[in-house]
Design a protein. Structure first.
Length: 256
């Protein structure tokens, strides 16, 4: 594992602290969470047929690495801003028979420690929303991709029914000055805005999908019922309704 990052901005330091604290929970629960599994299925499908050297940005404790290796990637690299996430990932990979193909390090998505054109594929699942702006990260992803390489991103969809209703509820509580728990403020996307930002960064969208068809406050009231409803609505993932119902947006783009 590389040395810890130099002094970061207050926001990035908050993210590091948050995910250092969440590392054990991710190890124990992440791979069983319905929202993660729904994203995982789509991402793995989008990776079908791709090969070479893959980078996962925001890899956490490396729950996806076994899947990447099973798909046949020659090398799998991972970065995360959280040293504790990287430490947990190294413990996991130490038991994998193809561990020699993997490398993990503490690093910042907006300042990747790799040469231009290093990777054939970059995957970032649930990472961009922790940045104040996506531009620098998308520029770095493009830089480290070879020509013809692909990027797959998953980001919370601010335009979805769930996020619109939940945000409205939170704003009303704030206006009424009702007490609420302090929580890191994420920066979710609007799908068509992210598509434009990808184009501005010099990448061409080739596919997109949506998942996690959840509704507020049903998810907060009953996770089990909410998951059942989401599974029933999965056929909508590629329809025009998907960007308005799926709480998670998934997009695949290429560097031409």
């Amino acid at each position: 594992m590389s040395a810890e990052l130099p002094q970061a901005s207050p926001r990035k330091e908050s993210v590091r602290v948050l995910f250092d604290d969440l590392a054990r929970e991710y190890v124990e629960e992440r791979e069983r969470q319905p929202s993660f599994l729904a994203q995982q299925r789509i991402v793995l499908n989008m990776l079908s047929g791709l090969r070479g050297r893959l980078l996962e940005a925001g890899c956490g404790p490396a729950p996806m690495f076994g899947h990447f290796l099973a798909l046949g990637f020659d090398e799998v690299h991972g970065i995360d801003v959280s040293p504790e996430m990287i430490a947990q990932g190294e413990r996991r990979l130490a038991r994998h028979p193809l561990a020699e193909r993997c490398a993990l390090r503490v690093a910042d998505l907006e300042n990747l420690p790799y040469a231009d054109g290093t990777f054939d594929v970059v995957v970032a699942m649930g990472v961009l929303e922790y940045l104040s702006d996506y531009g620098a990260a998308l520029a770095e992803i493009r830089r480290v991709l070879r020509r013809g390489g692909h990027v797959i991103l998953t980001v919370p969809n601010r335009a979805s029914a769930y996020h619109v209703a939940r945000s409205s509820y939170i704003n009303v509580r704030r206006l009424l000055r009702a007490p609420r728990s302090a929580k890191f403020a994420a920066n979710p996307c609007v799908p068509w805005s992210l598509d434009r930002q990808l184009a501005a960064a010099g990448m061409d969208k080739v596919a997109s999908s949506a998942c996690n068809f959840i509704f507020f406050p049903l998810k907060e009231v009953s996770e089990r019922v909410s998951s059942a409803v989401s599974r029933g609505l999965e056929p909508l993932s590629r329809t025009p309704l998907a960007p308005f119902l799926g709480a998670q947006y998934i997009v695949k783009a290429t560097r031409p």
